[in-house]
Design a protein around this ligand. Structure first.
Ligand SMILES: Cc1ncc(COP(=O)(O)O)c(C=O)c1O
Length: 367
């Protein structure tokens, strides 16, 4: 009888078998695992900003008066502020519940069942995850041994598979390297929607956002999670062709960015100079951490244009070192599988975070 059908039988088959996204655990869970108070954690596993948001954000949240009203579905104030910050007309901007939501909106707008996304791996997991959610198909093209995008390989895969989307994180998570503008220009020649995810752009200083008005198939993603310390409030944006932006504005959930996130974004952009001072501190700490890591026998840190460093460990050691660090309350990102099995990704934190990391890592490698 139809009335007795199980809800799971109604779910699309490709979603029934979906692996969930491997997200990071919150501090209280990590603290319990390490058996220490959350205040003593060294949390370097999610590329968060150790200095938190601008102090202007707390003021803006405290003076929010209209929480009983829906936020502006047209995102008027946010689109104007982001447009000013980036130097583009507001019509190019779409704001999301994190840039993750912009990935979701773009993929839903473009991918039909079975359509291909070319992914330049290893990279941020959200492109593969979202392609799967949308019933699309991921075509993975390996980066070279310096984690550079194999531009010829990506172009060939896009052509052979009739791909709709090419996704490139620049700087790449987890390798930290930028993709040169010439390579992005070549990828744009494919005619695919080329998504350049610049979540870490403020730490590296390079961006292709200025190409957006002249290159209709380019989308640039940015986020307030990293440089502005707003990961917990969820606000990011996409910069894209005006017609595509109009489609996303119509197709998105109407109130996708809540008022607290909106207030935080506006206060942060008004305080961008102070936030960029902290970005400079984080970049300086990344440089110091790189030197200290390099001095530990067996560790090879890669150069980075982001707020984290990917490190190669002696073969077969990464799992054990990751566990030993966690027992000492130091959390870094471990990948378990594939080409990254011997690597750990470590976010740049405060100077005292780095000192505790280096002490724990030295001990863990000696044990
Ligand atoms: C490359 C990349 N893009 C996007 C995101 C997610 O950004 P948001 O917090 O805006 O969803 C991350 C987060 O780690 C990332 O590494």
């Amino acid at each position: 009888m139809a009335g007795q059908r199980r809800s799971i039988d109604l779910v699309l088959p490709h979603l029934r078998s979906l692996d969930g996204y491997e997200a990071v655990d919150p501090p209280e869970v990590l603290a319990e695992r390490a058996g220490i108070p959350a205040s003593e954690l060294v949390k370097l596993d999610a590329n968060e900003n150790p200095y938190g948001p601008s102090s202007k954000v707390a003021d803006a949240l405290a003076s929010m008066k209209d929480a009983h009203l829906y936020p502006d579905p047209a995102q008027g104030a946010m689109r104007a502020a982001v447009g000013r910050y980036i130097g583009l007309a507001p019509e190019h901007v779409v704001v999301g519940n994190g840039s993750d939501e912009i990935i979701d909106l773009l993929f839903r707008a473009v991918l039909g069942p079975g359509d291909a996304v070319v992914n330049s791996v290893p990279t941020f997991g959200m492109y593969e995850f979202t392609a799967q959610v949308c019933g699309g198909r991921i075509v993975a093209v390996e980066r070279d041994d310096g984690f550079r995008v194999d531009v010829d390989g990506v172009l060939a895969a896009a052509r052979d598979q009739g791909a709709k989307i090419i996704a490139i994180a620049s700087p790449n998570n987890p390798s930290g390297n930028l993709t040169p503008r010439e390579d992005i220009e070549r990828l744009l020649g494919s005619g695919c929607l080329v998504i350049v995810d610049e979540a870490y752009a403020e730490f590296g200083g390079a961006s292709v956002a200025s190409l957006v008005p002249e290159r209709s198939n380019l989308v640039v993603l940015r986020t307030m999670s990293k440089w502005a310390g707003l990961a917990g409030l969820r606000v990011g944006y996409g910069l894209m062709d005006v017609e595509l932006a109009e489609v996303l504005m119509r197709a998105k959930p109407p109130y996708n960015v809540n008022q607290a996130a909106e207030a935080a974004l506006l206060a942060s952009l008004a305080d961008a100079d102070a936030l960029m001072e902290r970005v400079r501190l984080i970049v300086a700490e990344r440089t110091r951490m790189h030197g200290l890591l390099e001095a530990i026998p067996g560790i090879t840190p890669l150069p980075s244009e982001a707020n984290f460093i990917l490190c190669r460990l002696p073969s077969g050691k990464a799992r054990d070192v990751h566990e030993r660090l966690a027992r000492r309350g130091v959390f870094v990102r471990y990948y378990a599988r594939g080409v990254l099995a011997d690597y750990l990704r470590i976010s740049a934190g405060t100077p005292s975070d780095t000192d505790r990391l280096i002490a724990a890592l030295t001990e863990a490698l000696q044990a």
